[in-house]
Write a protein that binds this ligand. Structure first.
Ligand code: GUN
Length: 280
């Protein structure tokens, strides 16, 4: 039976470290602050933003919550970002996605100063990740790397399969694994013989956004299985991208959903904010 990777435990350790760093910075007169911008009425986004705000407060980071109505014009949002970019008391800027359709996410993300891009979504941040010269790592893939490191999972030389090619998770995830000298394959909806490719993997990161997509026949016995998905199955239960009950008996380690990768994302966001504050 696989070891269950405990994201709650690892994330609370990171939050404690962040708390310590925040306290040191505060003693030096620097109060780490994160601006979180929410535009519109997406209920899931509102929950995410509330959780980010709560996590900031728990670690001593000052949350600057900016809530804007659905009909906000792109220009208004860009002006707000411009002000935050020039405000020395703000160390991180995060615009919750998705944005309303009339606003270009790309223009908005590109408007955030690379020095404050704690989500690491901008072209500058992505380019840096490609070259392994980053200040901020994208939160979810960075959280996965932390989990692997905490559980002493060797990455160098390993066959890693990342399922999903999103800009937020799949692509940067592959790059972080590659930067640690893994042999990386990225799979997606057009991949042929997906089960066979997955079965080669020592480490599988599943980020497809489909409930219980990865089944036991796709997993090599002893593989490490990381589940980035959060979905509701047909009975309304919260499940990952991995068919957990089936895969757990054959994997060597596995992340549960909830309580695996999920808690790591916000922890890494806090870490990025402190990294930014340290640079001021
Ligand atoms: N929407 C869903 N996930 C994220 C995230 O990690 N950052 C932002 N800004 N928006 C999101």
């Amino acid at each position: 039976m696989a070891i269950r990777i405990d994201g709650k435990l690892v994330s609370s350790k990171i939050r404690e470290e962040v708390k310590g760093e925040v306290s040191k910075l505060t003693d030096k007169g620097i109060k780490p602050a994160l601006a979180v911008i929410l535009v519109g009425n997406d209920p899931a986004s509102a929950v995410y933003v509330r959780n980010k705000q709560k996590a900031c407060l728990e670690t001593g980071i000052e949350p600057h919550q900016i809530t804007l109505p659905e009909e906000t014009e792109e220009r208004e949002l860009l002006d707000i970002i411009d002000k935050l970019n020039r405000d020395d008391d703000i160390h991180g800027i995060l615009v919750q996605l998705p944005l309303p359709k009339h606003i270009s996410s790309e223009r908005v993300i590109e408007a955030i100063s690379p020095k404050k891009d704690v989500d690491a979504f901008s072209h500058d941040s992505v380019g840096r990740i490609m070259e392994g010269k980053y200040s901020f790592l994208p939160c979810t893939p960075a959280g996965v790397m932390e989990l692997l490191a905490h559980y002493n999972v060797e990455v160098e030389g390993k066959e890693c399969v990342v399922i999903g090619r999103s800009n937020i998770v799949g692509k940067p995830m592959a790059m972080l694994l590659l930067n640690k000298s893994a042999t990386v394959t990225i799979c997606h909806s057009k991949t042929k013989n997906l089960p066979e490719v997955c079965k080669r993997a020592d480490i599988i990161v599943c980020a497809v956004g489909k409930a219980e997509f990865l089944t036991a026949d796709m997993v090599k016995p002893g593989a490490v299985v990381i589940d980035v998905g959060i979905n509701r199955n047909s009975e309304g239960k919260l499940v990952g991208d991995v068919k957990f009950d089936e895969v757990e008996p054959i994997a060597s380690m596995i992340t549960p959903v909830p309580g695996g990768v999920g808690p790591m994302t916000i922890a890494m966001l806090l870490k990025n904010t402190v990294t930014s504050a340290k640079g001021t």
